[in-house]
Ligand binder design. Structure first.
Ligand code: NAD
Ligand code: 4PL
Length: 250
């Protein structure tokens, strides 16, 4: 899709987990609307490929969002290169398929480290820069599993529920700095990760629950993210929007 509007001209946007899947689609859309996109991912080569597709104002940074030192290093690099952070999309996550019998403390901790601590670390560092500038847009990618209680994802759903609550709390903390914080809950989406996992077997069942039929694709998630990341969404904060073909109708 070639967007003609340029809502992100002159803006720097960090998209985590953008080497593939939903994050890659978000990164390319923000770039097509003029953003300098920081493609942040633990997968360095994948991130470089997407940064190239985003165009020459964008660049890749290898970063594990759950590692405090790596998150700190990412923020110094971004500030050196662009001097600003206008948009943060917390999209990076592990999307496990883990039957309850296999949910041990090691699994639980790793999911919390990446999917919840990662959101905290990225947001702590980015929002401190946004506060100084007096402008910011934070969009957290959650999941409609927090409403559905989808099987084989207990630790994941617990972490995403944490991000849902954090979105509301942070909206309160950052409102006076002209920073909005909102969430998006995708339903089952044909991302690279999902298509390489047992989750892909669930499309038929999920479609049966949807108000609008079809299989969710990364491109279906992007418009709501871009809107909340734009200047004109200034009156919306602390909100979470389901983007799932009406699966849970929340
Ligand atoms: P994906 O597995 O296709 O891609 C995830 C990306 O995150 C990968 O590039 C991976 O390398 C990166 N990543 C993983 N751990 C990381 C870390 N520690 N630091 C930095 N990057 C890391 O996933 P996806 O399906 O595109 O999911 C993207 C987001 O959407 C996630 O937050 C996921 O929870 C959410 N979501 C996905 C679905 C779905 O059905 N695909 C549904 C609801 C929500
Ligand atoms: C409905 O977030 O929202 C499977 C895998 N099914 O990761 C998800 C649904 C999955 C989802 C998700």
């Amino acid at each position: 899709m070639s967007a003609t509007i340029q809502r992100f001209e002159g803006r720097t946007a960090i998209v985590t987990g953008a080497a593939q899947g939903i994050g890659a689609a978000i990164a390319q859309r923000l770039a097509s609307e003029g953003a300098n996109v920081v493609v942040a991912d633990i997968n360095k080569r994948g991130a470089e490929k997407i940064a190239k597709a985003c165009g020459k104002a964008s660049f890749a940074i290898a970063c594990d969002v759950g590692d405090p030192d790596e998150v700190k290093a990412l923020h110094s690099k971004v500030m050196k290169r662009t001097g600003r952070i206008d948009v943060l999309v917390n999209n990076a996550a592990i999307v496990p398929f883990q039957p309850w019998d296999k949910v041990d403390f090691k699994h639980w901790r790793e999911i919390m480290r990446v999917n919840l601590d990662g959101v905290f670390l990225m947001t702590r560092a980015s929002s401190d820069i946004m506060r100084k500038a007096g402008y910011g847009r934070i969009v957290n990618i959650i999941s409609n599993t927090i409403f559905a209680g989808t099987p084989n994802m207990a630790a994941y759903i617990a972490a995403k529920g944490g991000v849902f609550g954090f979105t509301r709390a942070l909206a309160t903390e950052l409102g006076s700095s002209n920073i909005t914080v909102n969430g998006i809950c995708p339903g089952l989406t044909a991302s690279d990760g999902v298509m390489a996992s047992p989750h892909k077997e669930a499309f038929g069942f999920v479609e049966m629950l949807q108000a609008i039929k079809g299989h969710g694709k990364p491109e279906d998630i992007v418009p709501a993210v871009a809107f909340l990341a734009s200047e004109e969404a200034h009156w919306i904060t602390g909100s979470t929007v389901n983007v799932d073909g009406g699966m849970v109708r929340w």
